[in-house]
Design a protein around this ligand. Structure first.
Ligand code: PLP
Length: 478
């Protein structure tokens, strides 16, 4: 028994879903960003026993409109400044619908020839966009954390002193990996899960600009070697999560070459800015990396999920991930077919490339570059506003599109400022007019704003400042 309905009816469903999307788009710019509901309230809207009986699609869509849309965080809207969230784009909305209709699985070339070739192509385009060799191999994954994990698995496989596929880690000296103290937490998870051990993930201190102190890196590598440990990889961050700092990529490349380390660049957030003339120089040296992580779902405005990993030598990916059981061996392997299952951890994988391809095709790389440039200018606009104000101060340099600042009225101690800003961050969430997240800069609380939503305007930034002041000074929560 097929679950399908006749074409006319399906067309009506698509029109109804389309209307729902249009309605959301019409109000997202002005809508509250955070719904302010409790977990019980959200679950209460949805909770029911497993539905054994069917429901009419109209009722289901109505439920989505009322209860799902009524409980989202409005991250596609222009006043969402939290985390690193691009807001998606309309072309990719169409791509996602087409993707689900085609239901391609690109585990092997013959299970989806076009998904495989398009994924290879878009990763080549991404490499070209950022000035990385286009002879590299790239795969799309769910996000930067998984991509960093996969990249570190490649580094470990290629640089380990023993054949870890056969022996595990047992025959090896402890391996060490290096990243700045501002590196992303996915490396802590990866060090844990890959058996490297968190204590062997060396956190190198940063300088005043929040970049890794490369002298301290060299010192740590030399100390570790002397202590009988086995350094395998150094990671440079090209756009830290906290402040957007970009490590000295040339210097880390030199050190990796000298010490025969795998050179990984985590450009999950900042990478696309390497293709933008005004800041491209900051990324000089990215082309020397053995692997790069870059997320189309961040600063290329593609909706979640689309993380990307590029590895300079495609053989290194195959050496790490290729495992082919009998049931995956029956197809032809000639004619230059590439089976992506040999290049990453997943077997089943959705047709992620379609939304990246449609985004790049429709807008063109030039438009994406321009939009990134505008985001960088939005950050400068906020920095200027903060510096002009006597009530705020900037907490860290903002080389890309993240600004860390705090409310800092005169006469307060550091401890008082931390407490005050912690309270402001909580109240901003409760209030819901804007959405931002907090972080710590050298141990002190900062309001952190990230501009990678193409819909944000300077008027939204003025609004952000007004709301923060309103909450900070009057304690008002709407
Ligand atoms: C520098 C950096 N690396 C990795 C990640 C993890 O990416 P994802 O959230 O897609 O897992 C992030 C996320 O913000 C990031 O900023």
């Amino acid at each position: 028994m097929s679950l399908d309905v006749p074409s006319r009816q399906f067309q009506q469903w698509i029109a109804q879903a389309g209307e729902l999307i249009i309605n959301y788009y019409k109000q997202k710019d002005e809508a509250k960003v955070f719904a302010g509901k409790s977990p019980e309230e959200v679950l209460g809207l949805l909770d029911e026993p497993l539905p054994e009986q069917p429901s009419a699609i109209e009722k289901v869509l109505q439920k989505v409109e009322d209860d799902v849309l009524g409980s989202i965080t409005n991250s596609a809207g222009p006043r969402y400044f939290g985390y690193i969230t691009g807001g998606g784009n309309q072309v990719a909305v169409l791509a996602e619908m087409i993707k689900a209709s085609l239901n391609q699985n690109n585990l092997k070339w013959h299970s989806s020839p076009v998904s495989t070739e398009m994924e290879r192509l878009v990763m080549r385009w991404v490499a070209e966009f950022i000035g990385y060799p286009t002879t590299s191999a790239g795969v799309l994954l769910s996000g930067g954390s998984v991509a960093n994990h996969n990249a570190l698995a490649v580094a470990r496989k290629i640089k380990a002193p023993t054949d870890i596929a056969e022996n595990g880690l047992y025959g090896s000296k402890p391996m060490t990996v290096y990243v700045s103290s501002e590196g992303h937490s996915s490396f802590d998870k990866a060090a844990d899960m890959l058996g490297i051990g968190k204590k062997y993930l060396r956190k190198i201190p940063v300088n005043d600009d929040m970049q890794m102190n490369v002298q301290a890196l060299v010192k740590q590598i030399e100390q570790d070697k002397k202590a009988g440990l086995y350094p395998i990889c150094a990671i440079a961050v090209a756009g830290t999560t906290n402040t957007g700092a970009i490590d000295d990529l040339q210097a880390v490349a030199e050190i990796c070459e000298k010490h025969d380390l795998w050179y990984h660049v985590d450009a999950a957030y900042g990478g696309p800015a390497a293709g933008v003339a005004s800041v491209a120089g900051l990324f000089s040296g990215i082309e020397r990396a053995d692997s790069v992580v870059i997320n189309p779902h961040k600063w290329m405005y593609v909706p979640f999920e689309a993380g990307g990993m590029l590895v300079k030598n495609p053989d290194h990916l195959r050496a790490t991930f290729s495992t082919i059981p009998d049931y995956l061996k029956s197809d032809r392997t000639d004619e230059g077919r590439t089976d992506l299952m040999e290049y990453n951890l997943p077997l089943t994988k959705e047709f992620k490339a379609l939304k990246v391809w449609m985004t790049l095709k429709t807008y063109g790389a030039g438009k994406i570059r321009e939009t990134i440039q505008q985001d960088i200018e939005k950050a400068s606009y906020l920095v200027d506003k903060v510096e002009e104000s006597e009530m705020f101060e900037v907490m860290a340099p903002a080389p890309l599109s993240i600004v860390c600042f705090r409310y800092a009225p005169a006469g307060k101690s550091t401890q008082e400022l931390n407490k005050l800003n912690d309270t402001i961050i909580n109240k901003i969430e409760q209030d819901g007019r804007i959405f931002l997240t907090g972080t710590k800069i050298r141990g002190n609380t900062a309001l952190r704003v990230c501009f990678i939503n193409h819909r944000t305007t300077t008027a939204d930034i003025d609004y952000l400042i007004a709301v923060v002041l309103d909450i900070a000074e009057k304690g008002s929560v709407q």
